[in-house]
Design a protein around this ligand. Structure first.
Ligand code: ADP
Ligand code: MG
Length: 617
């Protein structure tokens, strides 16, 4: 058999390389912005059309290129940034692989205009799919303008794989923000389809963060500063009370390069331990400086992952630096304001020694023996029977625990450690005549003919609201409660962008957006089932979920929106419910299309048969 191995032609090799470097328009944006920074520019403008599918243009006022360099820059492994392998460990530039321009040229139409300080005229090169169409002198200012058009024109599969304009645009904004945050000493702008999205003047780091994420960000930041031989850490972390459910504002920069690191992320979150609510994420903008020799950036084509020589030490230093800032800026004690006053000891218990609670159980008691609705009367003579405390009027409950309970007032069976208030059943937990009661403010227990049903109140309400929201979004618009004064909320421009994307669906559920501006949203109406105070949290949750991944299709995204709205609106564990509310949950739950599981497929209730119960006795 004859020899079959051959060297691939350059344009094919470039297309293959492009597969790694250029995944979507945002990857082109990243490479071009980095080239502009490496060219020592002080101003960089980014212009996008149709989320980069039609045009991505980066213009800079950097050093520019000579005509020969301009031509060479499109060759593979052509770079001015390193000369030998040793240089890989002394990197001061963003780029070094000499691959970006060659890769982009293989899969798009490029027009490059450039002029350096020495030349009188500039050079313009047009390349289509790795082929140089023309190279001519041109009139241009010092610096470089690279225009990338018709991305993936020769790889239809890639082009079709691109997501909607809104999604691609969001990726571009992400890349732009990362580069802009790393280089506050450079002015940046971003225009999309003629609209100015960002105009960032030269500034310091803090101002840059505020300019990118909105003026409200300033008050949320706490500075971090730590200097050791191994690493210098500077930057800002978000105060815990502003933590959000979205992971959006989390940035690590190492030697001014944005990087992703699950490991360092963990160091930061550990420092916040105990300070954040459930599923909340802190914001952070942390700039690490290490010796260029102690890291390897060349482990991933997009250069967003790096390897540290001394990862463990950096982890420990980072964690303690963040912890120190949280403490030093008095961020930690402010949490006391949120202390649950229910945990306070009533006056007359202060000087008492704690008593060990007695547990006496009436083993002969079977709630199903008689009529399932029957409740042992408080007057029942047996000392070991259930004796629920009579329901107290609301005002009397204010004094709970102030009077010394006498022995015969103390019930003899204790379910949970309510010893502090001296109360066995809180009024909300009392048995009711409907055969329904609330347990631990978490479950609704209902007697059935054949046994009993224990319903998770939050999950049940989730299922009910999910079906209602889904119906509202897809079939009929729901009622909106108009607000007397419009609610003005502040978001980052990225978030308002997302809100615009889902505005229609949200309005179907009852939201009424008067205006969605760059960083401000005016809401004039909200769904009837939510209260004004919940709006921020709910929208925050909705956006956090959107960020977690892009739903495959419209149907899925509607389901997700309904699910998020339901989860954030549903009654939580720990909330006491009136008897009427408990009954309403039960009735509405069993009117649902699917009542046994939540939209996330978790059990909503369990059923205990009388037989099973009997076995336990
Ligand atoms: P790398 O950045 O890894 O060197 P690129 O393919 O991105 O590889 O760029 C190749 C070369 O082209 C760079 O090394 C640089 O010399 C030159 N170049 C690219 N963009 C610019 C620019 N905006 N201004 C000046 N020179 C540039
Ligand atoms: Mg480059």
């Amino acid at each position: 058999m004859s020899d079959i191995i051959q060297l691939l032609p350059d344009h094919v090799a470039n297309q293959i390389a492009a597969g790694e470097v250029v995944q979507r328009p945002a990857s082109v944006v990243k490479e071009l912005l980095e080239n502009a920074i490496d060219a020592q520019s002080s101003r960089v403008n980014l212009l996008i059309k149709d989320a980069g599918k039609t045009l991505i243009q980066v213009s800079d006022n950097g050093v520019g290129m000579s005509p020969t360099d301009a031509r060479l820059s499109f060759e593979r492994h052509a770079t001015s940034k390193i000369k030998a392998a040793e240089d890989l460990f002394q990197l001061k530039t963003k780029g070094f692989r000499g691959e970006a321009l060659a890769s982009i040229a293989a899969i798009a139409h490029i027009d490059l205009k450039t002029k350096n300080a020495e030349a009188e005229t500039g050079t313009e090169i047009v390349i289509k799919g790795s082929e140089v169409v023309s190279q001519e002198p041109c009139v241009t200012l010092q610096g470089t303008v690279v225009s990338v058009k018709n991305l993936f024109f020769n790889i239809p599969a890639r082009r079709n794989f691109l997501k909607s304009d809104n999604v691609e645009k969001r990726h571009i904004i992400d890349e732009f923000q990362r580069v802009a945050l790393a280089h506050p000493q450079i002015a940046f702008s971003l225009h999309h389809n003629g609209n100015s999205l960002f105009e960032l003047p030269v500034s310091n780091r803090r101002q840059r963060i505020v300019n990118v994420f909105g003026s409200k960000t300033n008050e949320k930041l706490v500075p971090v500063e730590e200097e050791t031989e191994l690493v210098k850490i500077k930057g800002f972390i978000g105060k815990p009370e502003f933590a959000k459910r979205s992971k959006g504002e989390q940035f690590f920069f190492v030697n001014n390069r944005f990087i992703k690191s699950g490991y360092l992320h963990r160091a930061v979150t550990l420092a916040y331990e105990g300070l954040l609510g459930d599923r909340k994420h802190p914001a952070y903008f942390l700039y690490l400086e290490v010796d260029a020799q102690s890291i390897d950036i060349n482990i991933h084509p997009t250069k967003t992952e790096i390897k540290f020589d001394d990862e463990h030490a950096i982890f420990a230093i980072l964690r303690s630096a963040v912890k120190h800032s949280l403490g030093q800026f008095n961020v930690t004690p402010s949490l006391d304001f949120k202390r649950d006053s229910n945990l306070d000891t009533p006056y007359n218990y202060k000087n008492k020694s704690p008593e060990i609670p007695k547990i006496e159980v009436d083993r002969t008691f079977n709630p199903f023996q008689h009529n399932s609705h029957s409740i042992p009367k408080p007057s029942a003579p047996s000392p070991t029977s259930f004796r629920p405390k009579p329901r107290q009027p609301e005002w009397e409950s204010l004094y709970t625990g102030l009077d010394t309970p006498t022995d015969n007032e103390l019930p003899s069976v204790e379910f949970e450690s309510e010893a502090v208030t001296g109360e066995l059943f809180s009024p909300e937990e009392s048995f009711t005549h409907s055969g329904v009661f609330q347990l631990q403010k978490k479950y609704i227990v209902s007697a059935l003919k054949s046994g009993m049903l224990v319903i998770d109140q939050h999950r049940a309400h989730c299922r009910i609201l999910y079906e209602e929201f889904l119906k509202n979004i897809t079939v009929k618009a729901s009622l909106s409660q108009q607000l007397l004064f419009p609610l003005v909320l502040h978001f980052s421009s990225r978030e308002t962008q997302m809100l615009r994307e889902i505005r229609d669906s949200l309005e179907q559920t009852g939201f009424d957006f008067a205006e969605i501006n760059e960083e401000e949203v005016k809401i004039s109406g909200i769904p009837s089932m939510i209260s004004e105070s919940e709006v921020t949290v709910i929208l925050d949750n909705v956006m956090a979920d959107l960020q977690q991944g892009i739903p495959e299709n419209e149907h899925k995204s509607t389901q997700r929106l309904a699910q998020t709205l339901a989860e954030s609106t549903a009654v939580k564990a720990g909330v006491s419910m009136t008897e009427a509310e408990q009954l309403s949950i039960i009735n509405r739950l069993f009117a649902c299309k699917e009542s046994s599981v939540t939209p996330r497929n978790e059990h909503v209730f369990i059923q205990l048969d009388a037989d099973e119960l009997a076995k336990k006795f």
